[in-house]
Ligand binder design. Structure first.
Ligand code: HEC
Ligand code: HEC
Length: 323
């Protein structure tokens, strides 16, 4: 009797396992739908200048898509080729930053601009599959999205092929069942007035420069936000020695005791950004951020003074990982 029960439970478990495996496998090719933003390439020189500023400044595309071995140049905030290839080593597998130069084979030269803008805004790749949520541009205005892609289309194409990303078993399960394309959290503005206001700081910190994305605790498997906004505590591996070092992001909320910026004036804040990277294992894009204008930094500083103060003491910034 017992033997028969064991045999049948065994078969049942096997069937369930086969079922899950098939479901995971077929759900790897899930296609999603999302609208195409109303974006078209512009050749206007003001638009192109704005694009260059966003791409190499607050939008820090070079930090992930820049030529991999040009570390010193990236840390200075130089204009480096956006030929891709950086490998993100995640609990779910490897994801590579693609080549975003206008090369027709290895880059994005053959992809319509509306499909590229859709990928950034709605997390749906040109082929309809899901884009992992690495980038903070879901709420980036139509005007800035136009500037970014117009400028990218004028860059030197680089024929540098980037390997396909590779997901492990956990990654495949996450992709099949746990994540959905990430999209805008509110109606996306056509344009946002650039000034030193809290409102503009909010736009930069959340929708362009990704301060929130790193300075908020997140689940590394799904990318979901699990901490209070800007309260820090997110562990990010060293970009130069992933196996041994990581940084914990500081608390940027205006909490008097545990906030990193307690006692920082606007002037100190701006000066800190001009200094660039001080901790070599830091993943913060200090290089590109050095290019940010004083006015943009003022806006971000002013905005950070208005977010909800959260008590979250970050004891140590740099940590050594156990082997
Ligand atoms: C934090 C790292 C990071 C930053 C910053 C970043 N990207 Fe990406 N980007 C990625 C990764 C990783 C992928 C691939 C994700 C995937 O395959 O699911 C990607 C994918 C893309 C794609 C999709 C290409 C395609 O056809 O599938 C485009 C376009 C793109 N990025 C443009 C940009 C632009 C423009 C900027 C700056 C305004 C930028 N990225 C900033 C990491 C980044
Ligand atoms: C890719 C992740 C990432 C992004 C994006 C990011 N940071 Fe950071 N930030 C870090 C890490 C990691 C540290 C800790 C290591 C260090 O100080 O460089 C840090 C440190 C800081 C510090 C403390 C510097 C010091 O000298 O103690 C400030 C201030 C700061 N970030 C502000 C910002 C602001 C403002 C933005 C948006 C404009 C931002 N960060 C975007 C990862 C990030």
């Amino acid at each position: 009797m017992l033997k028969r029960i064991l045999k049948w439970t065994g078969i049942l478990l096997l069937l369930i396992a086969i079922g899950i495996t098939i479901a995971v496998a077929t759900r790897q090719n899930l296609k999603y739908d999302a609208p195409y933003p109303d974006i078209a390439i512009s050749t206007d020189s003001t638009v192109l200048k704005r694009g260059e500023y966003l791409v190499y400044g607050p939008g820090h595309c070079a930090d992930c898509h820049g030529k991999v071995d040009m570390l010193a140049e990236k840390e200075r905030g130089d204009i480096v080729p956006l030929e891709g290839g950086f490998k993100f080593n995640l609990p779910v597998g490897y994801v590579y930053a693609p080549n975003i130069t206008p090369d027709k084979e290895a880059g994005i030269g053959n992809i319509p601009v509306k499909a590229l803008a859709r990928a950034l805004r709605y997390g749906v790749k040109p082929d309809g599959s899901i884009l992992f949520d690495f980038m903070p541009f879901h709420n980036t205005s139509d005007e800035d999205m136009t500037a970014i892609f117009s400028y990218l289309s004028t860059m030197q194409p680089v024929n540098h092929p980037v390997p396909e990303s590779h997901l492990n078993v956990l990654g495949k399960v996450v992709k099949a069942f746990l994540i959905k394309p990430a999209g805008p959290t509110a109606e996306v503005p056509k344009s946002v007035k650039e000034d030193t206001s809290v409102e503009y700081g909010k736009y930069l910190a959340n929708s362009v420069a990704n301060c929130r994305g790193c300075h908020t605790n997140r689940d590394l498997k799904t990318g979901a936000f699990i901490g209070e906004d800007f309260a820090g505590g997110f562990q990010i591996e060293s970009p130069i020695d992933q196996a041994h070092f990581a940084c914990i992001t500081p608390n940027l909320t205006p909490d008097k005791e545990t906030g990193k910026l307690a006692g920082w004036t606007e002037d100190v804040f701006i000066k800190r950004f001009r200094m660039g990277k001080l901790i070599k294992h830091s993943a913060m894009p200090w290089g590109p951020f050095r290019r940010m204008s004083d006015d943009n930094l003022k806006a971000i500083y002013r905005y950070l003074q208005t977010v909800k103060p959260v008590k979250n003491k970050i004891e140590k910034t740099l940590i050594e990982l156990e082997a």
